[in-house]
Write a protein that binds this ligand. Structure first.
Ligand SMILES: [Zn+2]
Length: 184
């Protein structure tokens, strides 16, 4: 560590963050077929510049709402369950541990994209894995193992975020029209 891109936080504020698009990523879907619910560890061999190195990735499983089990990576940095890991500084870690930004949020400072990301995160906890979070799908089935109060709190957060997203979207459109009227 300690290279030009990995300084203290103060220094990092000035220079743009490395984005997820700039890193090689590994989705859990890509290894789905070579693991089964008994798999707890996945040894990886990383070939780079003619040299190879090994990293063992932890695998965890959760119950799906409609039966079956869903695999996750266990991030070696924070030990959180993640659907995607990124390769940087010779190791696979999650987006947060590598301190990566999303290009779209970074370039535009776009509140709507930011809210989308938050909504997606809550939805994932509620077990909504498709694009339903963008539509008006309200999860009426509490995920197994989730406490009732947590479930209701997440539903309220989800409704709040969706409402906020609508407001931001309207604000964006209004600004756009204002600009259009002004310059035409
Ligand atoms: Zn992590």
């Amino acid at each position: 560590m300690g290279g030009s891109g990995s300084g203290i936080y103060g220094a990092r504020l000035k220079e743009p963050k490395i984005t997820v698009e700039q890193c090689k990523s590994l989705k859990i879907d890509q290894v789905k077929n070579i693991i089964d619910p008994n798999t707890r560890e996945l040894p990886m061999r990383i070939d780079k510049d003619g040299e190879s190195q090994n990293q063992v990735l932890g695998i965890d499983w959760t119950d799906c709402n409609f039966g079956g089990k869903r695999p996750w990576f266990v991030c070696p940095g924070c030990e959180d369950r993640k659907g995607k890991l990124y390769f940087r500084h010779e190791e696979f870690l999650c987006r947060t541990c590598h301190d990566l930004a999303y290009r779209r949020t970074q370039i535009s400072g776009d509140r709507v994209s930011e809210l989308d990301w938050k909504i997606q995160k809550v939805c994932r906890r509620l077990g909504i894995l498709d694009e339903g979070w963008l539509n008006n799908v309200i999860p009426l089935i509490k995920p197994k193992n989730m406490h009732q109060t947590v479930y209701f709190r997440l539903l309220i957060i989800l409704m709040y975020l969706k409402e906020k997203r609508t407001q931001e979207q309207i604000r964006k459109w209004k600004n756009f029209r204002w600009m259009y009227c002004k310059y035409s």
